[in-house]
Ligand binder design. Structure first.
Ligand code: NAD
Length: 332
């Protein structure tokens, strides 16, 4: 069988083709799945999609009408898929329920350290032979407080690194993680975490209850010199409210790997035409903000695990096997 894979990055393609070799053929497309591209999938029983695919009801209807029976999502998060509609249409949906949490946790730290120590500004300066230190002062992390919202796999890996830095640990989650408690994490309510943390990192999934978890009130509750890192999902932060606070001169730094309106922008080259999104355009002008385009997961290790699991999900579907990765089971 030939699988159709949407949204395949250049470095990902050889890994995907190698993994599927000997099992199924795979046709790789760099375009993302949306209403315009969905018709390409006509005749493909299995379609693989990436994090920024838009699997709304219309796209799912086009896929189902074209003969698609399974969607193999190459990510953990599945907030981009209308699962109820998929179920109604008899489409099996599987995701990659876990892969290297270190890829994302280490990247969240990369953003935290970059904004704290002004690495982007410093690097831009030295390229211009400007060797002054003005405006580059950061802060020691040892003895300061890390607040981790969401202490699952990635939050735990983030917490272990915070512990290594000698930070005090505050956590917020619907469930306590014993490994974090063991590291000395104190679980507190969200208000206390926001008020006391010097560094806040987001690691909860985007669900209805967490949409704009960091809204205008939450941002106002944070310390003026706090660092905020979001490597989870853009919708967790009210970006316009964040811009308002940044304009008021607040926060030591903000590192964002995700943005609530990233679909149609991230993973694409918009350098020639520019972007029409004024919020994003304003965000990248702040010297204390670093924005990256959803690359936290993008290590060779994590991508290999994602691809291996995607292959296994496809093999399981073909063989009629169930696994923990299945979000919508095969219609009987
Ligand atoms: N930027 C990237 O490249 C990238 C890559 C992978 C994952 N992610 C994001 O990271 C998130 C976390 O991944 P993970 O593997 O650690 O997931 P996980 O399921 O192991 O952990 C999520 C944690 O959030 C908690 N949680 C869920 N709903 C909550 C709620 N309403 N209130 C409070 N806590 C809640 C859970 O109890 C759990 O401890 C994913 O959902 C995804 O959005 C981003």
């Amino acid at each position: 069988m030939e699988i159709l894979a949407f949204g395949v990055q250049a470095d990902e393609r050889p890994l995907l083709e190698k993994a599927f070799a000997g099992h199924h053929d795979v046709r790789c497309l760099d375009v993302f799945l949306d209403e315009d591209t969905a018709p390409i999938a006509v005749g493909y029983e299995v379609v693989s999609t990436s994090v920024n695919a838009d699997l709304n009801h219309r796209v799912l209807e086009i896929l189902a009408a074209g003969g698609t029976r399974m969607i193999a999502q190459r990510s953990t998060g599945f907030n981009n898929i209308d699962l109820k509609v998929a179920e109604r249409l008899g489409l099996t949906v599987a995701r990659v329920s876990s892969y290297s949490p270190y890829s994302v946790a280490e990247f969240a730290w990369t953003l935290a350290l970059a904004v704290n120590r002004r690495i982007v500004r410093a690097s831009n300066r030295t390229r211009d032979f400007d060797f002054r230190l003005d405006g580059l002062m950061g802060r020691d992390l040892r003895g300061r407080t890390a607040g981790v919202l969401g202490t699952g796999r990635i939050g735990e890996a983030f917490t272990r690194i915070a512990h290594g830095f000698g930070m005090n640990l505050l956590g917020w989650d619907v469930a306590r993680n014993p490994a974090c408690v063991e590291l000395g994490m104190e679980y507190v309510d969200k208000d206390r975490l926001l008020a006391e943390a010097d560094l806040i990192s987001l690691h909860v999934p985007l669900v209805e209850a967490t949409h704009h978890l960091v809204d205008a009130a939450a941002l106002r509750a944070m310390k003026d010199d706090a660092i905020l890192v979001n490597s989870s999902r853009g919708g967790l932060v009210d970006t316009e409210a964040l811009v308002t606070e940044l304009r008021a001169g607040r926060f030591t730094g903000v590192g964002l790997d995700v943005y609530e309106a990233e679909a149609g922008l991230f993973f694409l080259d918009k350098s020639l035409g520019g972007v029409e999104d004024d919020t994003l355009a304003r965000l990248v002008t702040f010297p204390n903000v670093v924005v990256t385009s959803h690359q936290a997961y993008y290590t060779a290790d994590a991508v290999r695990q994602i691809i291996d699991t995607t292959l296994q999900n496809v093999l399981d579907h073909v063989a009629g096997r169930h696994s923990e990765n299945v979000l919508v089971p095969r219609a009987s």
